[in-house]
Design a protein around this ligand. Structure first.
Ligand code: ATP
Length: 427
């Protein structure tokens, strides 16, 4: 386990040192495993979200998106079953009173004091509560959404009327969710505030198995081909462990340095949610047909767990360098531009010109510190796929630059006029 923890420590330290992820509220001592995405982290995270939106919304005819409020009418959570059912079992160490989620404590031994004597497990609701408005009484209690999903059900009729979609179709959303997790931890893996990318795909009941298989394969393609994850495992969730709304669930698990854990989930939610929200009658009807409650397949993707899996999967140590072998589409910077020497104004001016030009199309890094070797290694560590160097030959001979590839470390000369096209083709 020591080696794995070392890897996690290295990733956390790289994230902090290079500006991917910082401890939240750090100057005040942090806040219970909250994390902030820094300048590079926000790029990586946005790249993941944008690719997801493009693939699952923009490029499909059967999908539309929404962006709903984080705080919804509490009746939503009554109807969805979350107020009663969205619980985990909590146990408390009898010696030091530390609380744990019952299924997340290795060897049933208190991590803080080593004691093995715990209280009986009790149900603990994970909904994060607050008050809305100036009066703090029971009528002003509201909850931060614990999943983005419910808005897709609550807005179902509005979406249907405005988009004129027909079953099968889906509603997608990317946004924050909040859970009062008993044991947050493992860096950005389990936090109380996190982001989800979710799809509620509405179908006829008779097609649920085919649709489930279809989304299972779509999720595999996303994980392997878009994120580039080398290995993902599927876990069929046992019947007695299914969430209150699900008839079948598959967890997609990734081998994180701290163990094999859930990355994403795929659930068949039946017509549970629409039935609970539209008690006055079925919300879907086609011309000449009977009104009915569509059934739902739900592929759900955690954004932060995507970021973490991608970082763990791409982190490599080679001879004297650390390199993030990110898919170019995911990399925060697509290219870095350097003048060979920083005290030669003509080199700097030409490099600036190229930098400014590339910036119009992609995220570009600028570096003129130290020597070229150091600059390469600095870009390798943050996963920049290409580095472009302007040297004397650029100015005097061939109007070309040296382009160095992160993975092969090979260098080739490319004409400045062909550079943008080369980069567009490769990133
Ligand atoms: P777990 O068993 O790890 O608590 P879950 O089964 O409760 O997760 P879901 O309710 O299926 O999770 O949530 C959908 C997705 O949201 C998860 O697959 C995960 O990617 C993400 N997610 C859930 N809880 C958290 C959290 N506390 N921090 C970060 N991401 C989360």
């Amino acid at each position: 386990m020591k080696k794995e923890n070392d890897l996690m420590e290295k990733i956390i330290s790289l994230c902090k040192r290079r500006g991917f992820v910082f401890p939240g509220s750090e100057i005040y001592g942090g806040l219970a495993n909250s994390w902030d995405y820094g300048p590079l982290g926000v790029e990586l995270k946005n790249n993941i979200k944008n690719l997801w939106w493009k693939r699952f919304v923009q490029q499909r005819d059967d999908m539309v998106g929404i962006d709903a409020a984080l705080i919804m009418n509490p009746k939503v959570w009554e109807a969805s079953g979350h107020l009663n059912e969205f619980t985990d079992l909590v146990i408390e160490c009898k010696k030091c009173n530390t609380r744990y989620r019952d299924d997340l404590i290795p060897g049933k031994r208190c991590i803080k004091c080593g004691e093995k004597d715990f209280t009986e497990a009790k149900q603990f609701n994970l909904m994060l509560k607050t008050f809305l408005g100036p009066v703090e009484d029971k009528d002003s209690i509201v909850y931060f959404r614990p999943e983005t999903a419910q808005a897709m059900f609550v807005d179902f009729k509005n979406v249907l009327e405005t988009s004129r979609k027909k079953v099968p179709f889906g509603i997608a959303q990317i946004g924050k969710a909040f859970r009062n997790e008993i044991t947050p931890g493992n860096f950005i893996f389990r936090t109380r505030e996190f982001e989800q990318m979710e799809i509620e795909y509405f179908i006829e009941e008779k097609n649920w198995e085919t649709s489930f298989e279809y989304w299972r394969s779509e999720m595999q393609i996303w994980m392997k081909e878009v994120l580039g994850l080398k290995e993902v495992h599927e876990l069929e969730v046992a019947k007695d462990e299914l969430a209150h709304y699900s008839k079948r669930t598959i967890d997609f698990e990734y081998e994180f340095p701290f163990g094999k854990k859930e990355l994403y989930g795929l659930a068949y939610r039946t017509d549970f949610d629409l039935k609970n929200h539209y008690k006055d009658g079925a919300p879907y009807k086609e011309e000449g047909g009977e009104a009915f409650y569509p059934h739902v397949i739900e592929p759900t993707f955690g954004v932060d767990r995507s970021v973490l899996a991608v970082l763990c999967d791409s982190y490599q140590e080679e001879a004297e360098r650390v390199v993030l072998k990110l898919k170019p589409q995911l990399a925060p910077y697509k290219v870095a531009v350097f003048p060979l020497l920083k005290n030669k104004p003509e080199l700097v001016a030409k490099a600036r010109e190229i930098y400014d030009d590339l910036k119009k199309d992609m995220m570009v890094a600028w570096d003129d510190r130290g020597n070229i070797g150091k600059r390469y290694f600095s870009q390798d560590e943050i996963g920049t796929p290409y580095c472009v160097t302007v040297d004397f030959d650029t100015l005097e001979k061939d109007d070309s630059v040296t382009v160095r590839d992160r993975d092969t470390m090979k260098q080739e000369r490319i004409k400045i006029k062909d550079l943008i096209q080369f980069l567009k083709d490769h990133v």
